[in-house]
Design a protein around this ligand. Structure first.
Ligand code: GLN
Ligand code: ZN
Length: 768
């Protein structure tokens, strides 16, 4: 029986595969190109290869490797494991699992939202009064046994009961709130751990990130007390594996001593440099409040940034804790970073030498653990790399631009305010926008030809002229389609953009982009976040050519399309050497130049997307206002200099907007489109409660699913919107961009959207 916790570990690992093997397997299965058995084989191979690789990188001790694999989402997996699923399903077979995640022609998928302040999206479990929790441990058991057959003792990982209930929503008509059912759910976790113990599992991991956040309706003490009770119950079970609880993404307050003294065997804390900066007292509290009898798993290697760690400083922090029972780990799962810097050949060499992705971070964990156990003389090559990275980065001329620093320093408190809305509204009547205007969020489906043209251009197989011709042909098609469908405000479709953030990063100085730096966004959807390493500037106009070309092709109104500074930051790996607000101002100034150029070129409507505004919101209430102040100001800075006649749109998606509704209002955009369909228009309640006076387009078409919404369904959603928003301020649009969808669905869905709008106009429930 292994009694001790491994000296070196990580709390989670990417699951998509270094070459996105999982994405390929998933998409082949969904498209019917492989069957369930072939899919199972592909992901089995991926998991076993991953365990071997982690072993090679130094995670050699028993239970050092977490079994953090998921077909789609780990929150869905835990929800299914404990029976927290809609009454109509069992979720046990593969197709039902994917039906919950992606929806089918008959039913909508589960709602999806951001996982804490990261760019990962989880599926929101839905609780009904009739939900009876029940243990379904098959998935966990099969992960454990396949690993054992391959020679690895892995640690099953579950979302902890408190976090699971905190993240769950209640289905309409439910009378209890999720956390009311904690005791009942704990009983099922007890069943699961006893089954794991019977299967010979010696360590199990529960992730409780909710404990580092403020949960509405609960004080920190109440939540901590719930944690203490829950984990005392689990640790008090007659047979159970040893229990390891993690609290990633920030610092625990009351939860720290509550967990540490609950009887659990090991506690994982996030003591990354980032968390220590936000909460400078955390390290001392950890040292004081975690008794030696509870094994401390120090999450010192940052699981979310891409920078090589300062290993000397980290080692000092660890030795400063002055304890015997100590392991080295990552602050969070490594799910949020790409596989390895070794797969990057196009990065500038100095930038590459400053980076650590998942594999390099495992090496850092291992190096620290070795140095801790055998003394600082055993400092390995990893320490030398860390040292070189720190020195060359601090001195690099690539990183610091005196001109940019001067430009942001010259900003005054007033920068960022346009003329008042009434004046703008009056001026914008010249645009002659019809009643209940229809538009889209920007991107149109990215066909195989479009992707190929971009890839060929990138690889030098297609010259600039041929590429330009290909993109313009696509724009022509998209414009014609929109005209045929009868959409009022036309977009160019964004064919030239691989990704809304990467595209701008490629065209701004201060960013590097990777070839293989994929991270999972949700399900099979992966993004390649750019790396912001230095001061930002715009060497040349970026979007102006495409937008003016589009305007020449149509008589209708054309909307220019930019990504806002907060979203560019949220979906990039950011610097750890300057405050985020400084980078935001630099990006905003570069985009303001782009807006000025679009306006000068005659583009009368410009959308600056900020889908990620909510995403960077600090997890603790006390930290939020400062964030909202700088983020909102940087958005306004982008549009501060436009004429009142120019209509500024923004777009937000993915999130619960209620708590940032004031900030959304403070963005001061003339029109805001916002995701709503997937959460059944719940967002409208927030908007109605708040006196939101400008244009708003709550999405009526859920673009996360291939389902084509019917005319009656869309009409109903628009009618629901009209109950909250006066017709003269309501825009009709999808939830988000259409780039991941196919043309057939999009054409049908948009035709229905226009038809639904027209039905309402002719029914004269709305003045035409
Ligand atoms: N304009 C972008 C698009 O349509 C917005 C995408 C987003 O909000 N995520 O694709
Ligand atoms: Zn969106």
């Amino acid at each position: 029986m292994t009694s001790t916790f491994p000296q070196a570990t990580i709390t989670g690992y990417p699951r998509i595969g270094a070459r996105r093997e999982q994405k390929k397997a998933l998409e082949s299965y969904w498209a019917g190109r492989i069957d369930a058995a072939e899919f199972a084989q592909a992901v089995h191979t991926l998991r076993i290869d991953t365990y071997h690789r982690l072993h090679t990188l130094g995670l050699t001790e028993d239970y050092a490797i977490p079994a953090s694999y998921s077909h789609y989402d780990h929150v869905l997996d835990t929800a299914l494991t404990v029976g927290l699923i809609p009454s109509a399903t069992t979720g046990t077979d593969l197709d039902e699992y994917f039906a919950l995640a992606r929806g089918t022609a008959e039913r909508s998928p589960l709602e999806m939202t951001k996982w804490f302040d990261t760019n990962y999206h989880f599926l929101v479990p839905e609780l009904e009064d009739s939900t009876t929790f029940k243990a379904h441990p098959q998935h966990l058991l099969s992960l454990v046994s396949e690993a054992r057959t391959a020679g690895h003792l892995v640690r099953p990982v579950l979302v902890g009961p408190i976090t699971l209930l905190t993240l769950a929503k209640t289905a309409p008509g439910t009378t209890t709130s999720p956390l009311d059912r904690l005791e009942e759910l704990t009983a099922v976790y007890l069943d699961i751990i006893s089954i794991l113990a019977a299967a010979g599992v010696e360590w199990v991991q529960f992730d409780e990130p909710a404990l580092v956040t403020d949960v509405p309706g609960f004080t920190d003490e109440q939540l901590a007390e719930a944690a203490r009770r829950t984990y005392a119950a689990l640790s008090g079970a007659s047979t159970h594996p040893k229990i390891f609880v993690t609290a990633p993404y920030g610092s625990l307050r009351s939860g720290l001593s509550a967990l540490a003294t609950s009887g659990i065997d090991a506690l994982g804390v996030d003591i990354s440099a980032a968390t220590r900066t936000i909460d400078p007292g955390y390290l001392d509290r950890v040292a004081d409040e975690v008794p030696e009898s509870t094994h401390l798993v120090a999450g010192i290697i940052d699981g979310r940034n891409v920078w090589a760690a300062d290993l000397d400083e980290s080692l000092d922090v660890l030795t400063g804790l002055g304890r015997e029972s100590l392991s080295v780990s990552t602050s969070t799962s490594l799910l949020h970073v790409p596989y390895t810097v070794a797969n990057e050949s196009a990065l500038p060499v100095d930038v590459a030498s400053w980076l650590s992705f998942a594999e390099e971070k495992v090496t850092e964990v291992e190096a620290l653990s070795a140095a801790l156990s055998s003394g600082p003389d055993s400092r390995t090559e990893a320490f030398n790399r860390s040292d070189r990275a720190r020195r060359t980065r601090a001195e690099s001329a690539r990183v610091h631009s005196a001109e940019m620093t001067a430009r942001t320093a010259a900003l005054t408190g007033d920068d960022g305010f346009r003329t008042d809305y009434a004046t703008r509204q009056e001026a914008q009547s010249a645009l002659e926008i019809p009643s209940l205007p229809t538009t889209t969020i920007g991107s149109f489906p990215q066909t195989a030809e479009v992707r190929k043209a971009r890839a060929d251009h990138r690889a030098g197989r297609l010259d600039a002229t041929a590429y330009d011709t290909a993109m313009k042909a696509e724009i022509d098609r998209v414009v014609t389609l929109q005209e045929d469908l009868g959409l009022d405000v036309i977009v160019h479709g964004e064919p030239e953009r691989n990704d809304m953030v990467q595209y701008f990063a490629e065209n701004l100085d201060g960013f590097a982009t990777t070839d293989n730096g994929w991270v999972q966004s949700y399900g099979s959807r992966c993004t390649r976040p750019p790396i912001l390493f230095g001061d930002v500037s715009r060497p040349a106009p970026i979007t102006v050519g495409w937008s003016t070309y589009t305007a020449e092709r149509t008589e209708r109104l054309v909307k220019g399309m930019l990504t806002g500074p907060v979203t560019i930051l949220a979906w990039s790996f950011v610097r750890d050497d300057v405050p985020l607000s400084e980078s935001a101002d630099q990006i905003a100034l570069a985009l303001a130049d782009e807006v000025a150029d679009l306006e000068a070129a005659g583009i009368g409507i410009i959308q600056v997307d900020e889908p990620a505004l909510r995403e960077l919101l600090p997890l603790r209430e006390a930290d939020r206002q400062a964030y909202l102040d700088w983020s909102v100001r940087s958005f306004r800075l982008v549009n501060a200099r436009v004429a009142p006649t120019t209509q500024i749109h923004t777009h937000l998606c993915y999130s619960e907007f209620g708590e940032i509704i004031e900030a959304i209002n403070a963005l001061d955009a003339d029109v805001t489109s916002i995701e709503a369909a997937r959460s059944r228009m719940e967002v409208l309640d927030d908007i109605a409660d708040f006196d939101f006076v400008r244009g708003i387009g709550p999405g009526v078409y859920d673009i996360h699913s291939p389902r084509v919404p019917s005319v009656p369904e869309l009409t109903e959603l628009i009618e629901a919107a009209l109950k909250h928003v006066p017709a003269e301020r309501l825009w009709i649009n999808p939830d988000c961009g259409l780039k991941t969808r196919g043309y057939a669905e999009v054409r049908a869905s948009l035709a229905n959207l226009v038809a639904a709008r027209n039905t309402l106009l002719t029914a004269q429930s709305v003045p035409a």
